[in-house]
Design a binder for this molecule. Structure first.
Ligand SMILES: O=c1ccn([C@@H]2O[C@H](COP(=O)(O)O)[C@@H](O)[C@H]2O)c(=O)[nH]1
Length: 274
């Protein structure tokens, strides 16, 4: 099953638009994992098990693994998710961008090494830097459009021919790059007006929407701005707010993560119907 079909099936099966982000920051992990050589894997495994019936996707952010030379644990967590929850799309958040020959190696890393269903890609180097990812026709290519951080405005809001640059990216992907129907865009929940603008440009193309939870994005505004006519169309990501939901030392972190994931999924669902 290709990425888009798998995502559609996961939206329905779990009645969820929630993407659970896997950003394992060693300093924030419960103590038993900080002392465990396989602690990153074991922590992420418990989060995946606790939230798999509430999520439409999982999104490991590669930097949290690579910074600690923990790529082997990322391989293992990706394999674990694929084997145990094959119906939940796995998105590698890597935001790659380079010339074609190098991009092909990044694509191999995401799709073959980690077995990801989709990878995030930076469009700044243009079409030939993105085309190598399209060679894996059953996988997703998720392209940065209007990112959730305030500094994203520095370039993404530049006026080009009367429109902000991010709208050109949305149109370019929707009208040209998405010829195989495997693309999605990243648009931050912290900018609901821009989210609505992008939705108006791209039709039903899926959106990866980070920025609820720790970044403070408004769930209702996000859903109302980004939903498609059938009340789906988004993977709304929350990472830290779920991973580190436990408030007290010794509190069951996986149960706390599940509680916040459930609250977030239900808060999203409350606004899906138009
Ligand atoms: O525009 C973007 C693109 C990606 N991200 C990533 O999403 C998560 C957000 O984590 P929270 O803890 O929910 O804030 C993280 O992996 C970012 O690298 C983003 O925030 N904004």
């Amino acid at each position: 099953m290709n990425f888009i079909n798998k995502l559609n099936a996961a939206w329905t099966a779990n009645d969820s638009l929630l993407c659970v982000g896997l950003d394992p920051d060693m300093a924030k992990l419960p103590p038993q994992f900080q002392q465990d050589p396989n602690g990153i894997f074991n922590f992420c495994k418990e989060i995946i098990d606790a939230t798999a019936d509430l999520a439409c996707s999982f999104k490991p952010q590669i930097a949290y693994f690579a910074a600690l030379s923990a790529e082997r644990q990322l391989e293992d967590i990706c394999a674990y998710a694929r084997e145990n929850y094959p119906h939940i799309p796995l998105i590698l958040d890597a935001k790659r961008g380079d010339i074609g020959a190098t991009a092909r190696q990044y694509a191999r890393e995401a799709y073959d090494r980690y077995g990801a269903d989709a990878v995030t890609v930076n469009p700044y180097m243009g079409s030939d830097s993105v085309e190598p990812y399209m060679e894996w026709a059953d996988r997703g290519v998720i392209i940065l459009c209007r990112t959730s951080n305030a500094g994203g405005s520095d370039l993404q809001f530049l006026n080009v021919d009367g429109k902000p640059l991010y709208q050109h990216v949305a149109r370019l992907v929707a009208e040209k790059w998405n010829s195989n129907g495997q693309c999605a865009l990243v648009v931050g929940a912290t900018f609901p007006e821009e989210l609505a603008q992008v939705r108006a440009i791209i039709g039903d193309m899926p959106l990866l929407v980070p920025g609820v939870g720790a970044q403070g994005g408004d769930v209702e505004a996000t859903v109302k701005s980004g939903r498609t006519a059938n009340g789906a169309g988004m993977m709304i990501n929350s990472s830290r707010a779920i991973l580190y939901a436990a408030q007290q030392p010794g509190e069951d972190f996986a149960m706390a993560a599940r509680r916040v994931a459930l609250e977030t999924r239900d808060a999203i669902n409350a606004h899906r119907a138009g």
